[in-house]
Design a protein around this ligand. Structure first.
Ligand code: BES
Ligand code: ZN
Length: 629
């Protein structure tokens, strides 16, 4: 196990050039085993040696062929005499490559699992314009092509991308690592009558030419490249915020996101100016495989947060927070993913606290803590996969997509906040964001910065925080902060009364928010008896609830208890919703409860409605009977 003393971390930065050195501090000899800048193991590109600054993308979207085709032109400088540019590709067909207008002979390696094929292009010393003509493959991981019946409006097809973590390479030949940033312009030809949107300056309505132009003047990494094409409408929220959605969703979405304008100002008051110009949200069709994606200037989100009562908007606060933690200051490699997500969860809860009050954000913290406990239990208390610093060698970055970077990361920051006081911590974070703006940072660099700017040799503080235990140690350290919300204490006693036999109709649940209901449902025994299920359903109509978070838990309970009256609604839910977070536990419960036949029947029917990435996860689950999620 690599264990750094905090001082050694600082020294490892000072001695960055030396590898595997021994350093003696205060008579203690510590091995400094790593360079500060690690190689990103998930890119095959040589962007660390060649300077890549800008992309001009000129593409056409064909729904008939389910293909994107066109030209990606990279502005690069070969100042280190590499003579070769290496880019990431994933099942792309490369038709031709031109360097400064001259056709060149390129080489495409055979594919490596998860990573795809390196594209080798001979380049000249100095400045180069490298134009690559290409087409996407049939299994482009980033792309989901929806037939009209897979949209809400059911009239037009729809396309969207999901590039994080390493899927940008499946629709653009690019240097696909979070440590490599570039500006971009794009020209996108869409089918007649459809609107195209990107993570850039966006149009607000369809034009007659079918051609849309985009500009992103802030340098971004490839995982933040995004495109959506569909019959999309726009509504303004305020002068710098707005919402895009399918026609039949636009008014509901506009209502739900009423407070998004205020959220941006709240976030700015906490951690400095919003640097991206506009902030808009695009609500995607229900097959979107995740909750939200922080594409710069245009967050992509699932329609499953449109609950009708604005109760699930913390997801937008999360994606907005990434405009600082992630998009402005980016994890240098996917092993440092907690720098993106842990900071963002922390920031999300600070926004929600400012907007809704502490009793509200306390509930978010506690639900997150419960997720962390369950995740550690699931991964294993001693597993290295529960360290904040990940080691994803030989694996896909998505293997690191657990509650650890999110919840353990956020709890670690909360612990520091509690120890140094909020004002001091906020000043520190402000400075951290502004000093690292548009840069990528790895874990060791962050820890050195923490040491130099906050800990400053305060050994009591250092001991209380215990960085090693959190970052390079497993499980949940004993000093993990936890505040049990008063609102949940009330929920718990209501739940206890129900478990002891009080009829559901007599439970006092007035004014409960979604979070109180989640606390109630999560902690009920599983399975409940059929009469208990019936009683709850009659009193609270869970089966028919329009709240995705609530129905998801309820359908899991229904499967466990074999409560058949919920099955038609559950199947309806599974037929449309593609959000992995919901699908995995419901199908997983079926597998676990001896209902593999049911899982397979429903899955076979609706598999085509799910995103390729969700399909991959669920295919695997269906092949392993008895092993639920
Ligand atoms: N950036 C993530 C989504 C992501 C991470 C996609 C890694 C692919 C690989 C996004 O910000 C996120 O965390 N979304 C969450 C919602 C959030 C409220 C926890 C999700 O989609 O559930
Ligand atoms: Zn996130």
């Amino acid at each position: 196990m690599i264990r750094y003393s905090v001082l050694a971390i600082l020294l490892s930065v000072m001695f960055a050039a030396c590898n595997n050195k021994t350093v003696t501090v205060n008579n203690t000899t510590t091995s400094v085993v790593k360079d500060t800048i690690e190689k990103d193991i998930h890119t095959l590109s040589n962007a660390d040696s060649v300077t890549i600054t800008h992309l001009d993308l000129d593409i056409k979207v064909s729904f008939e062929k389910k293909q994107i085709s066109g030209c990606a032109t990279w502005t690069i400088t070969d100042s280190n005499k590499q003579q070769e540019l290496k880019l990431d590709t994933y099942e792309l067909s490369i038709d031709s490559v031109f360097v400064n207008g001259q056709k060149v002979t390129f080489k495409l390696d055979s594919p490596i699992k998860y990573l795809g094929s390196a594209l080798h292009i001979p380049i000249l010393s100095g400045n180069n314009l490298v134009a690559i003509y290409y087409r996407t493959g049939n299994n482009a991981e980033a792309l989901q092509w929806l037939d009209p019946q897979q949209t809400l409006d059911k009239k037009h097809p729809f396309l969207y991308t999901q590039s994080e973590s390493i899927h940008a390479r499946s629709w653009i030949p690019c240097p696909d690592g979070p440590g490599i940033r570039f500006t971009y312009n794009a020209r996108v030809e869409a089918p007649k009558g459809m609107l195209a949107l990107m993570s850039a300056e966006n149009p607000q309505q369809v034009n007659d030419s079918n051609v849309y132009h985009f500009k992103m003047e802030n340098a971004v990494p490839a995982y933040l490249m995004a495109l959506a094409v569909g019959d999309i409408a726009f509504r303004k929220i305020d002068d710098r915020t707005g919402v895009y959605a399918e026609q039949s969703m636009i008014d509901k979405a506009r209502y739900e996101f009423e407070d998004v304008g205020k959220m941006v100002s709240t976030a700015e008051k906490l951690y400095g100016p919003y640097r991206w110009g506009r902030y808009d949200v695009l609500v995607l069709p229900p097959g979107f495989p995740i909750g939200g994606m922080e594409n710069p200037r245009l967050t992509f989100c699932t329609p499953t947060i449109i609950a009708g009562d604005r109760s699930l908007v913390s997801l937008v606060a999360h994606e907005l927070a990434h405009s600082w933690s992630g998009n402005l200051v980016t994890n240098a490699t996917w092993n440092d993913f907690w720098l993106n997500e842990g900071f963002t969860d922390y920031f999300e809860r600070r926004i929600m606290e400012a907007q809704m009050g502490k009793d509200y954000s306390d509930m978010l913290w506690e639900l997150g803590y419960q997720d962390l406990v369950a995740e550690v239990d699931n991964i294993g208390k001693t597993s290295k996969d529960t360290w904040l610093k990940l080691d994803l060698k030989g694996r896909t970055p998505e293997d690191g997509l657990t509650d650890i970077p999110y919840e353990k990361g956020a709890a670690f920051l909360k612990l520091i906040e509690v120890n140094v006081g909020r004002d001091t911590f906020d000043a520190f974070l402000n400075k951290y964001f502004s000093e690292h703006a548009f840069k990528s940072v790895n874990t060791e660099q962050f820890l050195a910065y923490l040491q130099a700017n906050l800990i400053r040799g305060n050994s009591t503080l250092e001991k209380n925080i215990d960085i090693n235990a959190w970052v390079y140690g497993p499980g949940i350290p004993a000093n993990c902060p936890r505040i049990y919300p008063d609102r949940f204490k009330k929920v718990d006693s209501t739940r206890a009364a129900f478990e002891k036999g009080m009829p559901a109709s007599q439970l006092v649940t007035k004014d409960w928010s979604t979070h109180e209901w989640l606390q109630f449902l999560r902690n009920l025994p599983k399975p409940l008896t059929l009469p208990q299920m019936k009683d709850l359903d009659a009193a609270f109509h869970f089966t028919q609830s329009g709240n995705s978070e609530i129905v998801d838990l309820w359908y899991i309970m229904a499967v466990a208890a074999d409560y058949t009256p919920a099955y038609p609604a559950m199947e309806q839910f599974l037929s449309m919703v593609g959000r992995e977070k919901f699908l995995e536990p419901v199908y997983g419960e079926m597998m676990k409860r001896g209902k593999a036949d049911m899982a397979k029947r429903i899955y076979a029917k609706y598999r085509a409605n799910y995103h390729p990435l969700a399909q991959a996860v669920l295919d695997k689950m269906m092949q392993a009977p008895g092993k639920g999620a």
